[in-house]
Design a protein around this ligand. Structure first.
Ligand SMILES: [Zn+2]
Length: 252
């Protein structure tokens, strides 16, 4: 039975569980559906799913990286970033901002999800002491949007819509060699459980507040330092208070 078969009510109680599993905010449902699909998708091998974990990081505008969903498997750690968007999606690997276009012609820009999830992988790789090629980045868009122009999948990342996720993943799992044995998996489970236990609701709210300050341009997007008004040879600008360690500047 497909996930959407289940959603149509073929599995009683699912919608109730979804509303319990949902967090406030737009990404909640998408993350829950991704987690549900992974746990019930009858994927081969060892599968363990963790959701909404904060990973400490030393570089970046917030003190943690928040990972939507991650799946531990014999063949690696699959880091999923959910985008619950509608409209048409355009973007390339190197573009900092991607575009979402609506039927009305309205456009919204959003941060390149490949770059966003690369930062998540980086934080996990440092935290766990594993090489980055032990990870695979998945950008999962909802079925409500149309991926008009997005990059082809590479060794490092895959981009798909949620209704194709299990198919893409199955192919991926079959093509990859096991990198973790039973001992390795057990150690990682312990590490992820530790992260889960420190990812409390308070910690997540503080993380969201930090991220909002970055988005509003109130703090430095590179290191999270305060922005201060400075004047230079070419007039006034906003600079990071962690100068010279951080050289971020922007116009006033
Ligand atoms: Zn800075």
């Amino acid at each position: 039975m497909s996930l959407f078969g289940r959603l149509r009510g073929e599995e009683p109680g699912l919608l109730k569980r979804i509303s319990v599993g949902m967090r406030e905010g737009s990404g909640g449902l998408g993350e829950y559906l991704t987690e549900y699909a992974l746990e019930h998708g009858r994927l081969p091998g060892y599968v363990r799913v963790f959701r909404n974990v904060l990973v400490p990081r030393s570089v970046g505008p917030t003190s943690e990286s928040e990972i939507d969903v991650l799946m531990l498997h014999n063949t690696g750690i699959y880091v999923m970033e959910s985008k619950n968007y509608s409209g048409w999606i355009f973007g390339s690997e190197g573009q900092r901002q991607w575009t979402q276009t609506f039927e009305t012609g309205r456009k919204e820009r959003f941060y390149n999800p490949i770059m966003q999830n690369r930062a998540h992988v980086k934080a996990l790789s440092v935290h766990l002491g594993l090489p980055e090629d032990a990870f695979r980045s998945y950008i999962i868009f909802s079925e409500r949007c149309e991926l008009k122009k997005v990059p082809e999948d590479t060794d490092a990342f895959a981009i798909c819509q949620r209704d194709h996720m299990l198919r893409v993943l199955r192919k991926d799992l079959a093509a990859r060699d096991a990198v973790f044995d039973e001992d390795g998996l057990a150690k990682l489970v312990t590490a992820f459980e530790a992260l889960e236990s420190t990812s409390t609701e308070e910690a997540k709210s503080e993380h969201v507040a930090q991220a909002q300050r970055v988005k509003a341009g109130e703090v430095c997007p590179r290191c999270g330092g305060e922005l201060v008004r400075r004047s230079g040879r070419y007039g006034e600008f906003m600079g990071c208070s962690n100068y010279p360690r951080c050289r971020y500047t922007r116009d006033v």
